[in-house]
Design a protein around this ligand. Structure first.
Ligand code: PMP
Length: 323
């Protein structure tokens, strides 16, 4: 789908997958005006295909596009585009009758397709969706993610783009992720840019801390990506009689809580892994093991996965049937 000021959104079409031909002066290649989403289509036991909360992805793309000075793609048009592609690619939505967690990954994205060199919002914008079958994130059972604490780099500051899903945020996180891998860790933990003290999120997941009184804490929004899994867990946890507090959570509170046992579980969440226990945390001068328990983590994980794959009643009305 294309956008220009004269025509608005127009020329919606589905074409065979293949390379794009771009002019070397295409704005996105130079000034990174782009935003994207990540979501999945799931096949249920009866063969039907469903999206998980697509209107939330559509709304998040609108929030991201406002930050990136893009025109707004209406929620209905976003969902219609994703649905149309899933229908065409229906045979690529994997079967899960073996109890698996396979899906069709969907990547909607919007970019500045105008040809010009200059810093201003593009007057020609392109919105596309691509799809690819995805295997289960965990093969052979859920395994805790190990974390590297980035003390040198931050992902987003106040007034920045932290809440937007835009490539620039991921570009700025690459060196930190490279460091994490060099340290033998799976993911990087980012702290806030102002004080370097409060936990924000991982490279590609949000975080949750379970306390011994049953309450669950998750870092507040503002500079983090507002995960759709994160939001769903707040609702699910409530149903499981666990209150969720969205507040600032310092790295000291993490270290002390694990050491004195007042934090009983830590988990991370996102579209890819859904929910995963957090294992050890490593930083320049030290290391901390993950809490031993994963009881509530795994309960929340199953509750969510079972809804997505149609093995439990969709009491929240989260699933959106496509075919
Ligand atoms: N934080 C970041 C930085 C991410 O890239 C993602 C993955 N989209 C998330 C959190 C989790 O978001 P969601 O639950 O919508 O996948």
């Amino acid at each position: 789908v294309e956008w220009t000021p004269e025509l608005g959104w127009h020329d919606a079409r589905i074409t065979p997958y293949g390379p794009l031909t771009l002019d070397p002066a295409t704005a996105v290649l130079h000034y990174a005006q782009e935003t994207f989403e990540g979501m999945k289509a799931y096949r249920h036991g009866d063969g039907s295909v469903h999206l998980f909360r697509p209107e939330e992805n559509a709304k998040r793309m609108i929030r991201s596009s406002q930050r990136l000075a893009f025109p707004e793609l209406p929620v209905g048009d976003f969902i219609a585009a994703v649905e149309a592609l899933v229908k065409v690619d229906e045979r690529w939505v994997p079967d899960n009758t073996d109890g698996g967690e396979k899906s069709l990954y969907l990547r909607p994205f919007m970019f500045a397709s105008e040809t010009f060199l200059g810093v201003r919002p593009a007057q020609h914008v392109t919105f596309m969706v691509i799809a690819s079958p995805a295997g289960a994130y965990f093969k052979g059972g859920v395994k805790p993610v190990t974390l590297w604490l980035s003390e040198e780099y931050t992902r987003a500051g106040r007034g920045g783009m932290g809440a937007a899903k835009t490539g620039g945020n991921y570009a700025s996180s690459l060196v930190a992720q490279q460091e994490a891998i060099a340290q033998g860790c799976d993911q990087v933990v980012f702290l806030d840019a102002q004080e370097g003290k409060y936990v924000e999120e991982l490279g590609g997941m949000n975080l949750y801390f379970v306390q011994d009184d049953g309450r669950i804490v998750t870092p507040e929004t503002g500079t983090i990506l507002e995960g759709i899994t994160r939001a769903s867990i707040i609702e699910l946890a409530g149903k499981l009689a666990h209150q969720v507090e969205e507040r600032k959570f310092s790295i000291d509170e993490w270290r002390e809580g694990v050491t004195n046992g007042s934090i009983t579980e830590i988990f991370a969440c996102g579209t890819a892994a859904v929910v995963t226990p957090v294992g050890s945390l490593k930083w320049k001068d030290g290391q901390l093991p993950g809490p031993a328990s994963t009881e509530l983590t795994m309960r929340i994980r199953s509750a969510l996965v079972d809804i997505q794959f149609g093995r439990a009643d969709d009491t929240f009305g989260w699933m959106h049937q496509v075919s």
